[in-house]
Design a protein around this ligand. Structure first.
Ligand code: SDX
Length: 426
């Protein structure tokens, strides 16, 4: 037997195998624990529990490392495009020119949304949150695009449809929420340029594409493209394990991402920075609240379940804030507040001792504001960026011969056996 751990309990001793990942991470394989000992494990938030083997993304939380299929995210942010990175995550290798062109054509061919979906949007209450709309509309796609006979074709077309149409649907919900005419995708524009054009082009004032903003959007979405087994990716895998279609699994991922502790943090950061601005810019009351164990307030955009160092994505995002604002010859007072907040927090023992650093959401909202994206669409922007990761992780789980229905156990703490009491005797 290879390397293992020994567990002694109730007079019995069992050996549980140790598994080792390609970067040396080790785990105890407990798949036979209950059978051999009658015991299960308990791990709130799964902070110590691996759910799968995966070859897609590697994170080293202690050293702030993030790689997609082995390539450092810094290199992809500098040299790649969002679509090329999406191809890498989903297919496992960078595409050659022919593969990339074919992928781009497929995305363009699938960028339109069924016209009957407009009535869905029109019936949605105007004040609905765009994340709720996106989750519903993605789930509705199965009704408009039934399963294809060939499994191979079904998977490839469904993945491409999703990646392309989710972007169109996001822009569509923005236009309809403003009572504006929907703008259709154009075959002469790249994925990111198309999105900005669909969001901001109007019949009275044609949108002038700014190559710097298109580049910034590519980087923004590359930084969000995958992050191994986070909350929403785990939701996609868990829902997918029931063998439901990809649209439904991704719809669950969008719902999971919406929460302020997860992807919803980018909207919550801007709301927090705006509160600080409105309170005259004084940071200390917010730092004090964040440190108060009796106060549920959290410093939004700070802390991470895995990163106990500076989130490498936040570093790139922070630099991008300065670059984008400089190119636009604009100043955003919220950036000054964010940088001051970071400076004060990183000199405070509470944040240092708890390894609380800025995460991807801390500066991302400043970039989105500069692009003109409304605050309530910030998490939708995160969702579009995360689509390639969700799709890649779903596909990997479907291709994994050991993948099975996800069904955790529990420790029951309710009442022991009691008898039913008839209504008149209660
Ligand atoms: C994302 O998982 C991913 O990969 C997610 C993500 C991705 O790309 O998919 O990276 C995207 O979701 C980033 C995180 C966005 N959320 C926020 O910015 C919300 C604010 N952050 C916190 O809510 C918190 O840091 C979490 C939820 C992100 C992590 O929570 P953990 O794992 O419970 O944090 P921890 O155990 O490291 O906390 C140590 C202590 C705790 O004290 P105790 O409750 O154990 O006594 O530090 C405290 C926490 O309470 N703490 C904070 C804090 N984050 C942790 N205190 C104040 N402000 C914070 N932001």
């Amino acid at each position: 037997m290879g390397e293992h751990v020994t567990l002694t309990y109730g007079g019995k001793t069992v050996e549980l195998p140790l598994v080792v990942g390609s970067e040396g991470e080790k785990a105890i394989d407990i798949s036979r624990l209950r059978r051999d000992t009658g015991l299960i494990t308990l791990d709130y938030g799964y902070a110590n529990t691996g759910s799968c083997y995966s070859a897609i993304t590697y994170m080293d939380g202690e050293n702030g490392i993030l790689r997609y299929r082995g390539i450092p995210v810094e290199e992809l942010a500098e040299h790649s495009t969002f679509i090329e990175t999406a191809y890498l995550l989903i297919n496992g290798t960078l595409p050659n020119r022919t593969q990339l062109n074919r992928f781009s054509v497929l995305l363009n061919d699938n960028s339109l949304v069924h016209e009957d979906m407009r009535s869905f949007y029109e019936k949605y209450p105007r004040a609905s949150h765009p994340m709720g709309i996106l989750s519903s509309m993605v789930n509705a796609l199965r009704s408009f695009y039934p399963e294809l006979q060939s499994v191979e074709e079904e998977i490839n077309i469904t993945m491409t449809r999703l990646l392309s149409k989710a972007r169109t649907m996001a822009a569509m919900s923005y236009k309809i929420s403003r009572g504006h005419k929907m703008v259709y995708p154009r075959s002469d524009l790249t994925y990111c340029a198309n999105f900005l054009n669909m969001m901001f082009d109007t019949p009275v004032k044609p949108y002038r594409l700014d190559s710097e903003l298109v580049e910034a959007l590519n980087v923004f979405w590359i930084l969000h493209a995958d992050h191994e087994q986070n909350c929403s990716t785990s939701a996609v895998r868990v829902v997918g394990s029931g063998r439901v279609n990809l649209y439904a699994a991704i719809s669950a991922g969008i719902a999971a991402l919406w929460g302020p502790l997860h992807g919803g943090a980018n909207q919550a950061v801007i709301e927090m920075l705006t509160d600080i601005q409105r309170s005259g810019g004084s940071i200390m009351p917010f730092i004090k609240r964040a440190k108060d164990k009796n106060d549920p307030f959290r410093l939004m955009g700070f802390g991470h379940r895995v990163y106990k160092a500076y989130d490498p994505r936040a570093k790139i995002m922070k630099e991008m804030c300065h670059r984008v604002l400089q190119n636009l010859k604009r100043h955003d007072p919220l950036l000054d507040i964010a940088m001051k907040l970071e400076e004060v927090a990183l000199q405070d023992a509470f944040f240092v001792e708890n390894n609380l650093y800025p995460n991807v959401d801390f500066y991302s909202g400043i970039v989105l504001r500069a692009m003109g994206i409304p605050t309530n669409m910030f998490t939708v922007m995160f969702a579009i960026g995360r689509l390639p990761g969700w799709i890649a992780q779903w596909k990997e789980s479907m291709d994994d011969p050991n993948w099975k229905l996800c069904r955790p156990r529990q420790i029951y703490t309710g009442p022991k056996k009691t008898d039913y009491v008839p209504l008149d005797e209660r």
